[in-house]
Design a protein around this ligand. Sequence first.
Ligand code: ADE
Length: 244
Amino acid sequence: MEFVIITIFPELVEQVFKWGILRRAVEAAKLSYRLVDPREFTNDRHKSIDDVAYGGRPGMVMMCEPIFKAMEALEAQDALKESRKFIHLTPIGRLLNWETAEDLAGNDQLILLAGRYEGIDQRVIDTFADDEISVGDYVLSGGELAAMVLVDAVARFIPEVVGNERSVAQDSFTTGLLDHPHYTRPADFRGMKVPAVLLSGNHAEIENWRREQAEQLTRRKRPDLWKRYNSGKSGGTGGRSGGK
Ligand code: ADE
């Protein structure tokens, strides 16, 4: 899978590929990335990528030409893959969730457009965007952080990116439940004790405890997920039957 990210802040976005799991995935060639700066596709001295909005609104709008030229350059280099999706990161997009992330991981290439300023000329979106995605109901200063969130969430679903594949299957949401609490040594830290069952060595009991904890947490913190989880269990189409 290749991520192509169109951004005027390539150094910022590159950070997501420089650390931890994603860095290892890049080194192991499980994923690759390409950063495209629209400023490289401008002709004027100031490398302008934005202009005032028609209709007289405060704020600047990213112009068509640099982004069209960036896409044309990718095409000319034969860098566009057959199985690809072009995604515009925007607060007006549909909300990202794990199902979308898993679905997107099935493509060979994701082209992510991270906008800045007040927005992007609609003709860019009309021409290229297959999808518009938001990472939450709040407005970021630009799409870069949103693109980084999407990259990380999608990458976890690319085979062999997460070292232990079971841990993706056990992630919160993938199971339909929030994750249970975790503990490590020492068993007693300043009087705060690890639940005895986890020290028992009884794997069936440990699994039961984890499931109960996950169910209680989900019921309390996310009644929406809990409802869906239960409708999935009773043979409905929503949710998964769990897996813990
Ligand atoms: N750009 C600005 N805010 C955003 C958000 N919430 N999601 C995706 N892209 C954005």
